[in-house]
Design a protein around this ligand. Structure first.
Ligand code: FBP
Length: 681
């Protein structure tokens, strides 16, 4: 007999949970109602490039005729074959999207079949699939990960791949294919929809990514999709861990816990984690990009010039800002804390962004000109650096690149090796820079440590000791706190507090001062307790680095994500049953009570813009980054100083509750959404 059951009670009850369905799905059929009031403003250049399926409207799912015999009843009668594929990183809730499609398809016609392509888009290209059965669905209901059919990051981007996809879909007799993915995968869905239209195969998307950067807002400002699925669960998982670190940091007062939080570009997850934990410092990339150095602007104005480099932030400046707040906390005895760094923060730092774009172009051009992969041609870092050096000198005409000059090369060579490697890391199949492979936190914290050393030398960075702690220490040792305080500080004109709080003196000076006052121990030593207090005031900056990403992607979904994804699956089926294609299933009003949720289909092509990929401008669904005028960001900004707690008094850490499936109380949807639903006065 097994001592430990394979399945815990919690898992059993999780699997048996039946997500709530939006009201519209309670009827016997679904119809679509065009919503012409929702328009999208498209960039002219993007418009020129768009496929011709853009002219469909946002469509609202409404109840259709009740009778199965009504010819307008789109759900019943037809036996359908539907393919589904996960694309990109896992996100909690994906299994429920499949469950939604499966339940709806079987309810409409028990002979319908759903096929899951294995290991992402490669499964389509290589014709690897599994028929989804009730057993398979039941084992995975409300469970995290994409384990049911796995996922992958390949892109269907060439005529050859399109041909293979068409063959795979036809072989299974698919009426429709659903791509569950992020911005790139939904972009792919739109192009495939266009391509497979003539074959009568519909292609739909479902917005997935823990990064939370798929959001849809109509031109009128109406939010049609407030967040992609998986965001809430991942943020809750990260916040739970970060909150535990807040407790740890505040317990032995020894470390700064530095938490890098996923989100390839946008800082939504960092923002949500800040709202959930009230960590001491949270960097928001979008905010840093907006930084304006007023002092430099003034200096330039006084000199009658304009300093363009004063707009946006440099790594050096960022490290100074971080040091400043560390020093402020230390002065109040808090030489510890918790800092959240978004994974994609480098994207928002001027000099790094320029490097990323330049290197993307160089790598893209190389691949294009030579028809050989850059990373295969230059496998080692040395080989890559050598190539860049040659480029900067224009040794080979064929390779000479106007974008990599001697200055670029010099600056690049000044970077630490691990960072050079990071910037040259292979781009993903969609041409994205892979921030998760770069030790962003190390780059920033190394600079912070260097500067803190300078501040320590200068005597600016020192640890204040709480007067109460000081007095207790002295009293425990039977020493007169006041007498020692006066002696230690008499040469510095301070009081007993100031001595310990604001002054750093060398051990030698300390000994001399005590000797003068006849306060050394009989054996000529500094009394132990005084030394302890002294040692405590000399800062030792110690960090522990953590990366919150893959763990949260694999966490079980929150109840919000379970309900959300199940309804996305039902929506996708409703769209299929009504002949829609090139659309993404979304739910409006996620930020409000579920009774108001409104399933919609949104034309993906209308959400595209031109973006740099592999050094070229390409049509991609637009990612949404943190908006600085959003209520959520403004709240974090307003409370920043309070959460920093750089004065006397306690920290303001918040304890989010763990992802307990049965709970339906606090944090039952992302705090960011709840806040953004409220307009600032
Ligand atoms: P998706 O956009 O595919 O959902 O992936 C998001 C993400 O988790 C990012 O936050 C992260 O940068 C990236 O995937 C990591 O990808 P990989 O699994 O390739 O390391």
């Amino acid at each position: 007999a097994r001592v430990i059951a394979d399945v815990s009670k919690e898992t059993e009850s999780r699997r048996s949970y039946k997500p709530r369905s939006c009201k519209v799905f309670n009827g016997r059929s679904i119809a679509l109602e065009p919503q012409e009031q929702y328009q999208f403003s498209l960039n002219k250049e993007a418009l020129k490039e768009l496929p011709d399926i853009i002219d469909n409207h946002v469509q609202k799912l409404v109840q259709g005729p009740d009778s199965p015999d009504d010819p307008h009843n789109t759900l019943y009668g037809k036996k359908r074959h539907i393919g589904i594929v996960f694309s990109g990183g896992p996100a909690p809730g994906g299994h429920n999207a499949i469950a939604g499609v499966f339940d709806a398809a079987k309810k409409a016609n028990p002979h319908s079949k759903v096929f899951g392509f294995i290991l992402g888009p490669d499964g389509i290209l290589e014709n690897r699939y599994v028929e989804i059965t009730a057993d398979l669905v039941d084992t995975h209901r409300n469970m995290g990960g994409f384990t049911m059919i796995k996922t992958g990051r390949s892109k269907i981007d060439s005529p050859e791949k399109m041909k293979l996809s068409r063959q795979a879909c036809k072989k299974l007799g698919l009426d429709a294919l659903i791509i569950v993915g992020g911005d790139d995968s939904n972009t792919n869905a739109a192009f495939m929809a266009q391509e497979l239209k003539a074959d009568g195969i519909q292609v739909l998307g479902i917005p997935k990514t823990i990064d939370g950067d798929i959001q849809v807002t109509a031109e009128s400002g109406e939010t049609l999709c407030a967040i992609s699925f998986g965001f809430h669960s991942a943020a809750r998982a990260f916040s739970q861990n970060i909150s535990n670190l807040c407790t740890d940091a505040g317990s032995d007062l020894k470390y700064w816990h530095v938490c890098k939080v996923m989100g390839r570009v946008a800082s939504h997850l960092a923002l949500e984690s800040a709202l959930q934990t009230h960590a001491n410092i949270t960097l928001i990339g979008e905010d840093l990009a907006d930084y304006v150095d007023q002092e430099r602007i003034k200096a330039a104005e006084n000199a009658g010039t304009v300093d363009y480099t004063a707009y946006g932030i440099t790594l050096r400046h960022l490290s100074r800002l971080i040091c400043d707040v560390i020093v402020r906390r230390a002065a109040h005895g808090k030489n510890y804390g918790v800092m959240i760094i978004p994974e994609g923060v480098l994207e928002f730092i001027n000099e790094i962004q320029i490097f990323i774009i330049k290197l993307n172009t160089i790598i893209g051009d190389y691949n294009h000109i030579h028809d050989v992969d850059f990373h295969a041609a230059f496998p080692s870092l040395d080989a890559k650096l050598d190539y860049l050096r040659r480029l900067s000198r224009g040794i080979s005409d064929k390779d000479a690149s106007p974008i990599w000059n001697a200055r670029d090369d010099e600056l690049f060579n000044d970077l630490p090796t691990f960072f050079q490697e990071g910037l040259l890391v292979e781009r993903d199949t969609h041409g994205n820079f892979q921030f998760s492979q770069v030790k962003t936190e190390k780059i920033i914290m190394d600079m912070v440590k260097d500067y803190l050393d300078i501040l320590k030398e200068k005597g600016t960075y020192k640890v204040g000791i709480d007067p109460l702690v000081y007095r207790r220490f002295m009293a425990d040792a039977g020493l007169d706190a006041h007498v020692y305080g006066e002696v230690l500080f008499k040469n510095y004109g301070g009081t007993a507090h100031l001595l310990v709080k604001h002054t750093i003196i060398s051990m030698k000076t300390l000994k001399l001062a005590l000797e003068d006052a006849g306060l050394l121990s009989p054996d000529g030593k500094i009394p132990g307790v005084v030394e302890t207090i002294y040692q405590k005031s000399v800062p030792n900056f110690k960090t522990q680095n953590h990366f919150y990403g893959y763990d949260g992607r694999g966490s079980n979904p929150t109840r919000f994500d379970c309900n959300y994804t199940y309804n996305l699956g039902l929506t996708a089926f409703g769209l299929i049953a009504n002949g829609a294609t090139g659309q993404m299933a979304v739910i409006r009003n996620l930020e409000h009570d579920m009774s108001t949720w409104e399933p919609l289909g949104v034309p993906i092509a209308r959400l595209m813009h031109l973006e740099e990929r592999k050094g070229k401008l390409a049509l991609v669904m637009e990612k949404r980054v943190v908006e600085l005028d959003s209520t959520a960001f403004q709240v974090v900004k307003d409370l920043r100083e309070e959460w920093l707690a750089a004065g006397p008094g306690e920290d303001h850490y918040r304890k989010p509750c763990p992802i307990a499936f049965s709970e339906d109380g606090d944090d039952n949807r992302p705090i960011t959404l709840t806040l953004n639903a409220v307009d600032l006065p």
